[in-house]
Design a protein around this ligand. Structure first.
Ligand SMILES: [Zn+2]
Ligand SMILES: [Zn+2]
Length: 129
């Protein structure tokens, strides 16, 4: 079709920043993460004209769990403001709009990787909620 590449709508993913000291609720650790931004863009002759539906995500480097953080915090960090992402900002993302490696679930007691559907850890017997 004639219009392909001249204008269109794309969903984009951008790495914003490497984060240190995030409190991952999945691995129950203070660990590193990366902040990424996902947005839709309407472009015309390769010039992005309108951006919308911006969402910010934090991915735990340790287990790969994806959290969504409030947009204003994400924007602030992107601008370079010194903003702390705290425990309550990290909400398990629903409908992750990008591909990412599968999440590893770790036992909250011994930290070993277990299947997410295991109620009891096969290594130490701890009950994981
Ligand atoms: Zn984690
Ligand atoms: Zn265990």
């Amino acid at each position: 079709m004639f219009f392909i590449g001249i204008f269109g709508i794309e969903s984009k993913k951008k790495d914003i920043k490497a984060l240190t000291n995030i409190q991952c609720k999945n691995c129950n650790l203070n660990t590193d993460g990366s902040l990424i931004k996902v947005y839709n863009v309407f472009h015309f002759f390769f010039i992005p004209l309108i951006k919308w539906n911006e969402r910010y995500f934090v991915i735990c480097k340790n287990c790969g769990f994806v959290y969504e953080i409030p947009k204003d915090k994400g924007k602030g960090i992107e601008r370079g403001d010194s903003i702390e992402i705290n425990y309550w900002d990290l909400k398990a993302a629903e409908g992750i709009p990008f591909s990412h490696p599968p999440v590893e679930f770790k036992c909250k007691n011994c930290g070993r990787v277990i299947k997410p559907d295991y109620e009891y850890c096969p290594h130490c017997g701890n009950k994981n909620e």
